[in-house]
Write a protein that binds this ligand. Structure first.
Ligand SMILES: [Zn+2]
Length: 156
């Protein structure tokens, strides 16, 4: 990389440490030509993840879109935004592990439901009702029964 002061391409690295909450490495560099110092941030290039939609088209996985769908389900539930952002990161990592070349919208929806179930049962039921297109009270009853069934908490 070129020194921002003189354009020379070689530096000494004086110091490396985690930055941006562990998402990047910050390096202090000293140009071997002009001896001036500058800082670089190194972070992994995010792998691209594609979502195959039901109509046969595909689009790139969109973290904001997933977050927005979760925010709608979590309306007025006092869930920290940070928890939801963390959940989106879990979802993305899990999908990347599963993905051959792309994942289905169903796989994304199922992952969102799994995360929401751990965060807030009400948000989970709300999301599921839209995602699974609940049409009857029976649909709600069965998922609510499933969430509040005491055995669920005990199961390992
Ligand atoms: Zn320089």
């Amino acid at each position: 990389m070129r020194c921002p002061f003189c354009g020379f391409i070689d530096q000494k690295v004086l110091d490396s440490r985690p930055a941006l909450e562990g998402d990047a490495i910050r390096r202090r560099r000293e140009c071997t030509a002009c001896n001036r110092r500058f800082t670089t941030f190194e972070r992994p290039e995010r792998p691209r993840l594609f979502v195959a939609k039901r109509d046969g088209t595909r689009e790139e996985f969109d973290r904001d879109k997933v977050l927005n769908s979760m925010l709608i389900a979590c309306r007025k539930r006092r869930i920290p935004l940070e928890d939801l952002r963390e959940a989106v990161s879990h979802i993305e990592r899990a999908l990347l592990l599963d993905a051959e070349e792309e994942v289905s919208t169903q796989a994304v929806g199922e992952r969102v439901m799994r995360e929401l179930r751990g965060i807030d049962p009400v948000a989970y039921v709300r999301f599921a009702s839209v995602y699974r297109e609940f049409e009857t009270l029976e649909d709600f009853k069965s998922i609510v029964d499933d969430v509040i069934r005491p055995s669920f908490a005990v199961q390992v």
